[in-house]
Design a protein around this ligand. Structure first.
Ligand SMILES: Cc1ncc(COP(=O)(O)O)c(C=O)c1O
Ligand SMILES: N[C@@H](CCOP(=O)(O)O)C(=O)O
Length: 430
């Protein structure tokens, strides 16, 4: 599959090149040249397929011919070594749990898939690759874990100081080896802007091979479409009109769901559930796209003021506002509403949701008011113990710590504090 830049200036390129570059030279995000829908029979019989079979069939067109089928099968098998259960809360609402991987957030799949693709492309290459990542909480830990010890790859993670949870910080600052954490005095948007600037800095790119492991990289972004297939497989025999409410920040996950829809997955509608960082909610009302500095919330991984992937969403719906609105609704919720939702989910269904999942739940409830015949699945994007303080404060119950979380507790944080792009550049050139 070839990819084009959404800025339409840089030349089209192969999957391999798009993965290695991350961002196109004209600073545009890469997008596949074609999307070939899967046959109807694939969806009619999806319950007969395993997760790895579904993943293989759905990602194949995007990575071939550079990744041969036998290699792809291994990559997919290795990537998906945990489960993705749907839990039904009531007749209209279910949740898809995406936190059973090593760092307990939905980023594990994309990070592991991309690490294996890059490892494959890099196997006969002497040149080291530096993977730059901006994180508002979960991408950093997942990428650190996914790339730990990968030959020829150095990972540099930028995160906003004081704006990620304690567990998230441990996950991205304690691994050592080929992983370095840079603690930025600023917001996630500042981190993301620094990463994008680095890609355009020829003094850097002439000296080192830089790539990104954020969802701007197609190998990190596209595997997220598996989730929507896995949920559908578990629900389609019981429900029509399946709607997904996706807690959204950088909009990579929901945009991957839209790619699943383009492949033919019968998704009735998407709900982008936002915290107070609501640029897309406002856009759907006013048709004015006005990114602004992010504000801090209890669903911190969604504290994004300028979502990278919105441009891909516009491309999917052919830059047509009416088509976009037919497929996408967006609502924004405050921290107080989120906490109330966490308590409601716990009291009504004995289910412990994290703040991001709770925002997704609120999105379902709002959508269902006008669409009572839908079945709404909210994505539970991270395990509640990643946000232990707020979860225990709200539901007033101590939470047992899963082994993935226990394994980072008590480890020593190692980070380098930076305040500007120049300091990032100086670090990279050293
Ligand atoms: C727990 C959690 N929920 C939701 C999101 C938002 O996802 P996206 O950036 O793909 O919109 C993130 C961060 O990406 C996250 O870590
Ligand atoms: N919420 C993310 C922000 C980065 O998103 P990405 O999908 O573009 O990597 C995080 O947890 O870091």
């Amino acid at each position: 599959m070839n990819y084009y830049s959404l800025n339409k200036v840089a030349p089209n390129t192969s999957f391999k090149d798009a993965v290695i570059k991350g961002l196109a030279p004209d600073k545009g995000l890469y997008f596949p040249e074609k999307i070939k829908p899967l046959p109807k029979s694939f969806f009619n019989d999806i319950d007969k397929l395993s997760h790895t079979e579904i993943a293989f069939e759905t990602i194949k067109q995007f990575v071939s011919p550079e990744i041969p089928e036998d290699v792809l099968k291994n990559i997919v098998n290795d990537t998906l070594s945990f489960n993705f259960p749907v839990v039904k809360l009531n007749k209209n609402i279910s949740t898809l749990e995406l936190f059973h991987g090593p760092t307990m957030a939905f980023k594990d799949v994309g990070a592991r898939f991309m690490a294996r693709c890059l490892g494959y492309f890099n196997q006969n290459n002497d040149k080291e690759v530096t993977v730059l990542v901006a994180t508002s909480g979960d991408t950093g830990g997942a990428v650190a874990n996914g790339f730990l010890g990968v030959k020829g790859v150095n990972v540099v993670i930028l995160y906003p100081s004081g704006k990620v949870s304690d567990i998230q910080e441990k996950q991205l600052t304690t691994l050592g080896q080929n992983i370095t954490a840079l603690e930025v005095n600023g917001t996630f948007d500042d981190c993301q802007a620094m990463v994008k600037t680095a890609f355009l800095d020829e003094e850097l790119t002439n000296q080192m091979q830089l790539t990104s492991a954020n969802s701007i990289n197609v190998a990190r972004w596209l595997p997220q479409l598996f989730y929507f297939m896995f949920a559908y497989k578990q629900l389609y025999k019981q429900y029509n009109n399946i709607v997904f409410s996706v807690p959204s920040g950088n909009f990579g996950n929901i945009c991957a769901g839209m790619m699943a829809q383009q492949l033919g997955l019968p998704i009735k509608h998407f709900v982008a559930s936002n915290n107070a960082n609501n640029v897309v909610t406002r856009y759907l009302i006013s048709q004015l796209y006005e990114p602004k500095q992010s504000v801090q919330t209890i669903s911190n991984a969604m504290d994004v003021g300028a979502p990278s992937n919105f441009i891909r969403i516009e491309e999917i719906y052919k830059n047509n506002f009416e088509t976009l609105k037919e497929n996408l609704s967006s609502y924004s919720f405050s921290d107080d509403e989120t906490k109330k939702a966490m308590l409601e989910i716990y009291n009504s269904y004995s289910y412990v949701a994290d703040p991001h999942g709770a925002v997704g739940y609120l999105g379902c409830k709002t959508y269902l008011k006008d669409n009572p015949n839908a079945h709404c699945v909210f994505l539970e994007t991270a395990h509640p113990t990643k946000f232990l303080d707020v979860v225990e404060e709200v539901i007033k119950k101590e939470q047992p710590l899963p082994k993935q979380i226990q394994s980072v507790m008590g480890k020593e944080k190692k980070s380098i504090v930076i305040s500007s792009y120049d300091e990032l550049k100086e670090f990279l050139l050293k």
